[in-house]
Design a protein around this ligand. Structure first.
Ligand SMILES: [Zn+2]
Length: 322
């Protein structure tokens, strides 16, 4: 689909995921892609077919800009890198790749510790069965060139601004095309779903605070149309950001409401909260784990603002109303 002169949206299929696809944006003149899709054969085929419509092969891609390092964005980047494409991402992304190497060495232990800390003792036996899945991680993708917040890059002969938008991922960036009044928003702002904002126990951050600040950062950009990595394009960026702010305020209040009848663990709070995807009892352990990290991000935000109190007893975190 044509986005603007020499800019096209390519659809890269993503099976077994409710999102169904990742969009990759092609700047034909500078042979550059923003994001790539998942690392599967069907995604590679899909990307190849889409590139073909514009007279290109995967081997012709000279540069890949990654909004962030999640699998549905970087999946095909390694292949394109092997074909000679330069991989470009934020400075924070490059730092994260180094940290990931260290985490991978004891990722199973980190996950066990986190599950216990979050009050998920009942899942530990189950987790043991998957111990093997926590070994032999692939070498993290090498970032060839890094971008700083506010840096401009030239694509199709036009100046674009890179904006660092931590929250959904700490390394997340968006690309603002001033001339065409477009924003390539990655997963930072999507038209319908709210981006997953989560925190692991082995990270020391306040990602929800970062996320809300990052929404503010893009709210007043001179933009007619937003092109996200999933769902569909949309206008009225400021209105959508207002909705997202509202959503998180409600969510924070909901987390606090679960504490009315006494202190609770993160898994307890998660099990009492409302989830868009499916009810808590129907979630797999892995989905519950994602929900728990999202719950934790909200609790850390509340704790840092002294709206809830955090205590640790026998290696388990408890939250109560402050
Ligand atoms: Zn995504």
């Amino acid at each position: 689909m044509k986005v603007a002169e020499d800019i096209h949206r390519l659809t890269v299929p993503m099976e077994r995921n409710p999102l169904g696809k990742t969009y990759s944006y092609l700047f034909t003149e500078s042979k550059t892609l923003i994001d790539t899709g998942v690392p599967t054969d069907s995604a590679y085929q899909g990307l190849t077919e889409e590139l073909k419509l514009h007279g290109m092969k995967p081997q012709d891609v000279e540069r890949v800009i990654l909004t962030h390092l999640h699998n549905d964005h970087i999946g095909l980047a390694k292949t394109l890198q092997e074909y000679g494409a330069e991989i470009v991402a934020s400075q924070v992304a490059a730092e994260k790749q180094e940290a990931v190497k260290l985490q991978q060495e004891n990722f199973f232990e980190l996950t066990v510790d986190e599950t216990r800390l979050f009050g998920g003792e009942q899942f530990l036996q189950y987790l043991q069965r998957y111990r093997r899945a926590f070994r032999d991680f692939p070498e993290p993708l090498r970032i060839d060139r890094t971008l700083r917040d506010g840096e401009t890059i030239e694509l199709n002969g036009k100046e674009m601004t890179v904006i660092w938008t931590p929250g959904h991922a700490h390394e997340h960036i968006v690309v603002h095309d001033h001339a065409d009044r477009l924003l390539f928003s990655g997963d930072h702002v999507l038209p319908k779903i709210t981006s997953h904002v989560a925190l692991h126990s082995y990270e020391d951050r306040d990602p929800l605070c970062d996320y809300l600040k990052s929404l503010d950062k893009v709210k007043d950009l001179d933009v007619d149309t937003v092109y996200p990595a999933h769902e569909w394009e949309f206008s009225n960026l400021a209105d959508r950001i207002e909705q997202l702010n509202h959503h998180h305020r409600n969510r924070l209040q909901e987390m606090k409401d679960t504490l009315q009848d006494g202190p609770k663990t993160i898994y307890d709070i998660g099990s009492r909260a409302h989830w868009e995807s499916r009810p808590w009892p129907e979630m797999s352990f892995w989905t519950k784990r994602m929900a728990a990290t999202e719950t934790y991000a909200h609790l850390v935000y509340l704790r840092n603002r002294e709206e809830v109190a955090e205590t640790k007893k026998d290696g388990i975190l408890y939250y109560s109303l402050a």
